[in-house]
Design a protein around this ligand. Structure first.
Ligand code: MUC
Ligand code: MG
Length: 384
């Protein structure tokens, strides 16, 4: 073996608990804290890198939870990659796939940490290792999810005045659909053409409800509709994509995880846009694979989030910056929804857009004391 090979020496995964600045209400429940799993990975030359896997509400967004992620890493994924050449990213993914089915969030955190570590060791930004950047910034959406129209309008006005966000995603699906229509219409009227609006139903509706109520939301001004029906309900997604007014686009989120999911959706013309998320795809390389299917199928992409800290958000920003094709903005606002962060300096937000960091690795510096402060084992908290 060549002396320049960077071997993986050690991997540590810890669960942090960080409160949100306000309750964040989704169709399946409200969250008041995030519990990201932060992975640190050390190389034989002494360099180290970080990765992150965050879920929303334990295992209620999909099957993985902070506890399952840490368990998969400690018991199966770390043993599969320790001692291996960290720079062979695809081979690391294959070894992890052999050792462990599914568990893509967990694999994503390990892959991120390996890529960050190798990039730092080489003194290069991660976007450089992924093929080079095509953009310096990404327009950044904010999610209005207090559950209260007046509070949401006040929050949106503040964001507009501060020139932070003019794209708003509304979380709906918890209440009766008529109430959601009224809520969306109130916000749309108040913002009156000054912002664009997305609704995310997080799988709450059946096909009939979606067909009945989405046209009213589109009339009110909604331009992007995210995961209106259950993850499995591709037939309803397809019908909506074919029949809704052309002023709105249908976006798959929970339904599009693997490149094979992407192929199936593309073959059936089941959506206009994929929400890309490094966690659900299983890392940065798989995110690029899903984005490649999107581009080949004339499907657009949106830079999605699982409400990560700055570590996972920067990892996402790096891969999103390398993508071509039609993009529909990003929502990497996790750091702003949390009361505190684990890095020295967050990514810069200016003029309604997130600016891509340029330093080595993901371009941010993790503060070890902050990891300690939020570490679940030290805080003595229990799962959500
Ligand atoms: C989701 O399903 O998109 C992203 C933003 C937000 O508010 O919730 C998430 C999850
Ligand atoms: Mg979503």
């Amino acid at each position: 073996p060549s002396a320049s090979v960077l071997r993986i020496e050690r991997i540590q995964a810890r669960i942090l608990d960080i409160p949100t600045i306000r309750p964040h209400k989704l169709s399946f429940g409200a969250i008041q804290r995030q519990s990201p799993v932060i992975v640190q990975l050390w190389l034989s030359d002494g360099a180290s890198g970080f990765g992150e896997a965050a879920t929303i509400g334990g295992p209620s967004w999909n099957e993985e939870s902070p506890e399952s992620i840490r368990h998969a890493i400690d018991s199966y994924l770390a043993p599969a990659v320790i001692g291996q050449d960290a720079g062979r990213f695809e081979q690391l993914l294959q070894r992890m796939d052999l050792a462990c089915k599914g568990n893509r969030f967990a694999k994503s955190a390990v892959e991120q940490a390996a890529i960050d570590a190798v990039a730092r060791s080489l003194g290069l930004p991660v976007w450089q290792l992924l093929g080079g950047k095509q953009r310096e910034s990404l327009p950044l959406a904010w999610t209005l999810a207090s559950g209260d129209s007046a509070k949401d309008i006040e929050e949106a006005e503040k964001m507009l005045a501060a020139r932070r966000h003019r794209i708003f995603k509304l979380k709906i699906g918890a209440r009766a659909p008529q109430e959601d229509v009224a809520h969306v219409a109130r916000i749309a009227r108040a913002l009156d053409g000054r912002a664009s609006m997305t609704v995310d139903v997080n799988q709450a509706w059946d096909g009939a409800t979606a067909r009945r109520y989405l046209p009213e939301m589109i009339d009110a001004g909604v331009g992007l509709i995210e995961q209106p029906v259950a993850q499995w309900n591709e037939e309803a997604l397809r019908q909506l994509t074919a029949t809704l007014p052309h002023t709105a686009l249908v976006m798959a989120d929970e339904t599009v995880c693997t490149p094979q999911d992407a192929m199936r959706l593309a073959r059936h013309n089941a959506c206009h846009v994929f929400s890309l998320k490094i966690a659900k795809h299983g890392g940065l390389l798989r995110t690029r694979a899903v984005a490649d299917v999107a581009r080949a199928a004339d499907i657009g992409w949106y830079g999605g989030t699982m409400l990560e800290t700055s570590v996972g958000s920067a990892a996402s920003a790096h891969v999103f910056a390398t993508l071509g094709g039609t993009h529909h903005n990003c929502e990497l606002f996790g750091p702003q929804l949390l009361v505190d962060d684990i890095v020295e300096q967050q990514m810069v937000l200016s003029d309604f857009a997130l600016q891509l960091p340029d330093g080595p690795g993901f371009g941010l510096t993790v503060v070890p004391e902050r990891l300690d402060r939020f570490d679940r084992a030290r805080q003595g908290l229990t799962p959500v």
